[in-house]
Unconditional design. Structure first.
Length: 382
């Protein structure tokens, strides 16, 4: 979740032309990031870059949870419901045969003083066999909520539904709690169903207090009495790299399980953060993979697959991404991976000299959703 009010001179749309340039370069034999040898294990396909959601002036869309099946794609994202009002809803954008047929708010803040009475954001949707208070549900949406007009006191909740379009019934209390109101908290959930008939979910999330860390824990949604949440396991950062090549930390991520269930893939925010507006989001996102059993045991080492950055897309910022997944949180193919990511403009001011009169980038209101595909080649991974 990001909550920041900005001023500027409106939206700046140079992206389609720049993205098209990346396609031309590829046709001329210029390798995208992650390429450069004859049989890459992981290769971005610049010709697949597509605009997914372009909200109207004064609106933003970011942090997508994406499910694709047949000719239909469901995209749940963090979205404002009134122009230039920064109060997060969760929107569903439904796409059939490449055409948006529906886009609306499907989950909103609860009435005060509920724990999620201000923002709801960062959805992650999966299907399974779930129960609550004597009723059966097919779909679960994990989400971040808070009760402050601030990036603080975030906690993770869950809502259930019988259809992907809702209505969504919230469990009334957070399932991952955070007490302090002066620290970021717990959020950015990503869920994977490893045993669909059991109602059990592996829930990944970020925690930010005196440092930033990522955890995974099992959540059992099969009991009428409510979710049963297991112990948290710290997720390793070994092998992750920042834009400077240095070891990096893990936050702002989405995960998916490989088709053979042997590896987890992640798309994650890269650091360090830039000094130019917007300095609170990373310039690029990274895809990496890791042995599934090792990760759940608190170990393993990530293998970097590739980065989505300005060189690849032509966009000043590439951030808040989600993997294109199946209903259980798996990759759709053993040989292809899809990512939906958010773009943004960039301009002065800098973090060290925040004079907003210099701004030509109203960054929040340039948040659009774009997609790209990559080819995964067989081969041993670390």
């Amino acid at each position: 979740m990001q909550i920041r009010s900005l001023t500027g001179e409106g939206r700046h749309r140079r992206y389609r032309a720049v993205a098209a340039t990346a396609v031309v370069l590829a046709s001329l034999g210029v390798a995208p990031h992650g390429g450069g040898h004859s049989e890459p294990r992981f290769e971005w396909l610049p010709s697949t870059i597509r605009l997914v959601d372009d909200p109207p002036e004064g609106f933003y869309s970011y942090a997508p949870s994406v499910v694709s099946e047949g000719s239909t794609t469901w995209v749940w994202s963090c979205h404002n419901d009134q122009p230039r009002v920064i109060r997060d809803h969760i929107y569903l954008t439904k796409i059939v045969n490449g055409v948006i047929v529906e886009s609306r708010s499907v989950l909103q803040a609860s009435a005060a003083p509920a724990w999620d009475s201000f923002h709801v954001c960062d959805p992650s949707v999966v299907a399974g066999n779930f129960r609550l208070h004597g009723d059966k549900y097919r779909y679960a949406m994990f989400y971040l909520g808070n009760d402050l007009d601030a990036s603080a006191h975030n906690q993770v909740g869950v809502a259930l539904a019988k259809t992907p379009e809702g209505p969504w019934i919230k469990y009334p209390e957070p399932i991952v709690t955070f007490e302090r109101t002066d620290q970021w908290g717990a959020g950015q959930p990503s869920a994977v169903v490893t045993a669909p008939q059991s109602g059990k979910v592996q829930l990944f999330y970020t925690q930010g207090d005196t440092s930033t860390r990522a955890y995974v824990r099992q959540v059992d949604l099969s009991r009428d009495s409510g979710p049963v949440v297991g112990a948290a396991t710290l997720i390793t950062t070994d092998g992750l790299t920042g834009t400077d090549g240095a070891p990096d930390w893990l936050n702002g991520f989405d995960v998916a399980l490989s088709q053979d269930k042997s590896r987890y893939y992640v798309v994650r925010e890269q650091h360090p953060y830039p000094t130019m507006n917007p300095w609170w989001i990373g310039p690029s996102v990274q895809v990496a993979s890791i042995d599934a059993r090792s990760l759940l045991a608190g170990g393993g080492r990530w293998t970097v697959e590739g980065d989505i950055n300005r060189d690849l897309t032509g966009f000043a910022r590439n951030h808040n991404a989600g993997l294109v997944r199946t209903w259980t949180g798996g990759l759709r193919s053993a040989t292809t991976l899809g990512v939906v990511f958010t773009d943004s403009c960039e301009s002065l001011p800098t973090v060290d000299n925040p004079d907003w009169s210099q701004s030509t980038c109203d960054s929040l209101y340039t948040y659009d959703l774009w997609s790209i595909k990559a080819r995964i080649s067989p081969g041993k991974r670390g």
